[in-house]
Design a protein around this ligand. Structure first.
Ligand code: T5A
Ligand code: NA
Length: 214
C-alpha cells in the first residue's frame, strides 16, 4: 500500500493558509482522498497552551525557550503524524518547521541554532509557500493583537522564507522535499487552483520512505 503524502502550507500571517487548508481538505475529500488536517502550533496540548499564552502576550518567555516549545509541539505530534501517513492518509499541515525558523530567526536568534531542534522530524513531500507582501496581508482585516503580527517583523520573516526557498531549491541544506511558491495576493479561488495543480499529482500517495528534515 502507498503511504499518504505529507503536504505543508506555509506563509506570513494573514497570507490565507487556514482558508486554503480548509479549501484543500474539501477538495481532497471530494476526490475521495483520505486527509487529516494538522495545525501548528497545535494550541490544544499542554505545550500548545503555553505557546498560546505567549502569543496572546499573557505570558513572557525567553526567545530561545519559546522557540524550543514550538519545536517540542511538533515533536509531540510527530509519531502520530507518521502513523497517519503510513495508514495511507494524506497529512496537510497548516505551518511547520519553516515557520519555526523564520519567526525565531527574525527576532535575531542565529539561523543555524533555529534549525537544530527540528532536525529528523518527518520531512514534507511538498511545501506550499503562500507569498504576499506584508502591507497587502495587513489589509485583510488588519493584523490582530498577536505578538508577531507587526509589519516590520513580517518583512524579516518573508526574507527568511525566501532564504529557505533558495536553499531547498538548490538542495544546499539536506533533504526537505519540494518547495513551491504561490502568489497569495490573488483571489481565494485562483490561489486554490494554483495549489490544486501541485497537489493533484500527489493524490495517489507516495511510494518512497518518509524522509527526515535536514
Ligand atoms: N509561529 C508558528 C512561530 O513563531 N513558530 C512556529 O514554529 C510556528 C508553527 C501563530 C503565530 O505563531 C508563529 C507564527 C504566527 O505568528 P497561527 O496560529 O498559524 O500562528 O496564526 P493564525 O493567526 O491562525 O493564522 P494567520 O494569521 O497566519 O492567518 P492565515 O491562516 O494565513 O490566514 P487566514 O486564512 O486565516 O486568512 C486571514 C484573513 O484573510 C482573508 C480571510 O477570510 C481572513 O479574513 N483571506 C483573503 N482575503 C482576500 N483574498 C484572499 N485570497 C484571502 N484568503 C484569505
Ligand atoms: Na491560520
Amino acid at each position: 500500500m502507498l503511504r499518504g503524502a505529507f503536504i505543508v502550507i506555509e506563509g506570513l500571517d494573514r497570507s490565507g493558509k487556514s482558508t486554503q487548508a480548509a479549501m484543500l481538505v474539501s477538495r481532497l475529500e471530494g476526490a475521495n482522498v483520505p486527509v487529516k488536517l494538522q495545525k501548528f502550533p497545535d494550541r490544544t496540548t499542554p505545550i500548545g497552551k503555553m505557546i498560546d499564552a505567549y502569543l496572546r502576550s499573557e505570558s513572557d518567555l525567553d526567545d530561545h525557550t519559546i522557540h524550543l516549545l514550538f519545536s517540542a509541539n511538533r515533536w509531540e505530534l510527530a509519531a502520530q503524524l507518521e502513523e497517519t501517513l503510513k495508514a495511507g492518509i494524506t497529512v496537510l499541515c497548516d505551518r511547520y518547521a519553516f515557520s519555526g525558523i523564520a519567526f525565531s530567526a527574525s527576532k535575531g536568534l542565529p539561523y543555524e541554532w533555529c534549525r537544530a531542534p527540528d532536525r529528523s522530524l518527518p520531512a514534507p513531500d511538498l511545501t506550499i509557500f503562500l507569498d504576499i507582501a506584508p502591507e497587502k496581508a495587513m489589509e485583510r482585516g488588519g493584523y490582530g493583537d498577536e505578538r508577531y503580527e507587526k509589519e516590520e517583523m513580517q518583512r524579516k520573516v518573508r526574507e527568511l522564507f525566501r532564504r529557505m526557498e533558495e536553499e531547498i531549491t538548490k538542495d544546499t541544506h539536506g533533504v526537505v522535499g519540494a518547495w513551491t511558491t504561490i502568489d497569495a495576493s490573488q483571489d481565494k479561488e485562483a490561489v486554490a487552483q494554483d495549489i490544486w495543480q501541485v497537489v493533484e499529482p500527489l493524490t495517489d500517495g507516495c511510494s518512497n520512505v518518509i524522509r527526515r528534515l535536514w
